[in-house]
Design a protein around this ligand. Structure first.
Ligand SMILES: [Zn+2]
Length: 76
């Protein structure tokens, strides 16, 4: 499904069906990442630099155990 990337607002894809309590986005700029529905509810109220900071934080966590980055509400 075509969506607007919640981080950079580029045209992105959402992987469906949704798995549990998070969405999975595949963006040409931000690559592949997950976002919890609670993070999704507040991301549009955050500044672009804060959104990117959350993505970097999620990537750093994911790199430790080779997972897809998952952005949670606590990262904003
Ligand atoms: Zn993006």
């Amino acid at each position: 499904m075509s969506v607007t990337c919640p981080i950079c607002e580029a045209e992105a894809e959402e992987k469906l069906p949704r798995a549990g309590d998070h969405v999975e986005i595949i963006c040409p700029m931000c690559l592949r990442f997950g976002m919890t529905t609670s993070a999704l509810a507040i991301v549009y109220h955050r500044l672009p630099e804060d959104r990117h900071a959350a993505l970097y934080q999620a990537r750093a966590v994911a790199a430790q155990d080779n997972n897809t980055p998952l952005i949670t509400a606590e990262m904003f």
